[in-house]
Design a protein around this ligand. Sequence first.
Ligand code: GAF
Length: 378
Amino acid sequence: MRFLETFNPELVVASPGRINLIGEHTDYNMGYVLPTAIERKIVFKFQKNASDRECNIYSTGFKTGFKLNLDRISKSETEWENYILGVLHEILKRTDKLQGFDCTIQSNLPSGSGLSSSAALECGLAFGLNELFHLGLTKRDIVQLSQIAERTYVGTECGIMDQFASVMSEAGHVILLDCRSLEHRMIPIQLHPYKMVLLNTKVSHNLASSEYNVRKHECEQGVAVIQNYFPEVRSLRDVSKNMLDECSDKLSHTVLKRCSFIIAENERVLQTAKALENHGLGLVGQLLYEAHEGISTLYEVSCSESDFLVEFAKTNPAVLGARQTGGGFGGCTLNIVHQEAVSDFVKEASLRYLEKFDIELEAFEVYPSKGTTSFFSK
Ligand code: GAF
């Protein structure tokens, strides 16, 4: 693209991916989650350009880019462009201060791996434009408009967790987030002598986005039935196990499984937060295994590759717990592994995984990291 010849960026933004320690699919059920940003990120570089409305976006990884006009924003046929276009659409609804800009994007965050490269892309763009043009958006605005962008332009009816974690996280902490009120508490996470290790299955089954929305609708179907008995219920977050038991024969087998998972998972988030505060890492590990069991058998958003890695982790006494993290159908498993055993664990897992699926496993340690950061380079 032409602008690259003279590109002289004035603002740099680092927009991180996230892991979720526990609390999967609870966000759109208005429950609790326990995520944190990681140090893998998307880096944006921005400059204002001379035009009023023309913008250029270039991805150095994909080696491709596109031009757009702020007066003619509409959905694209190219999926990744829709994350950008959706955010611009939402910003333009809120302010008329946006003007022409050029931007490059570079990532070391594997996409489609359950680490939320989507939210990093949306929030990093919104964060950068907010600084570049003094739009006056709060961090919470950035989180919320990014979520809406993903829903309307990409079509995933996502919850708020990923955007919130990418923007708001603090180093050394996980966020206990109430996805209904957005009240949150930073919980210090002391893992020593354990490490968090991600094993990337390198599969992202294309069921992921279609089945995601199906799960959300199944939960809503459950709520609609439960409300006949408990009218005060607004979402699965308000339903206890006893309440569900009372309505169980009115729910289809599938919807009952989905609801059971969400209710138990929500409880597991609160138990995990408590265990972290009491340095009960052993219990955290056990809850991770329980969560994966539910993800696989009740919510049915796992896959044979993730299940294999979690089962493998269970055979190693140096692993406290493991589960698939993120939306599902592949991506990464999160493992809590004793620091002295990490290298053998990764070696053995890689060998077994290669033998079984003929795929080279990717493994890396992650640390709870700070949310979006930026600096002006001029
Ligand atoms: C995806 C979504 F974007 C999140 O909102 C969340 O629902 C997650 O899947 C599952 O916990 O990452």
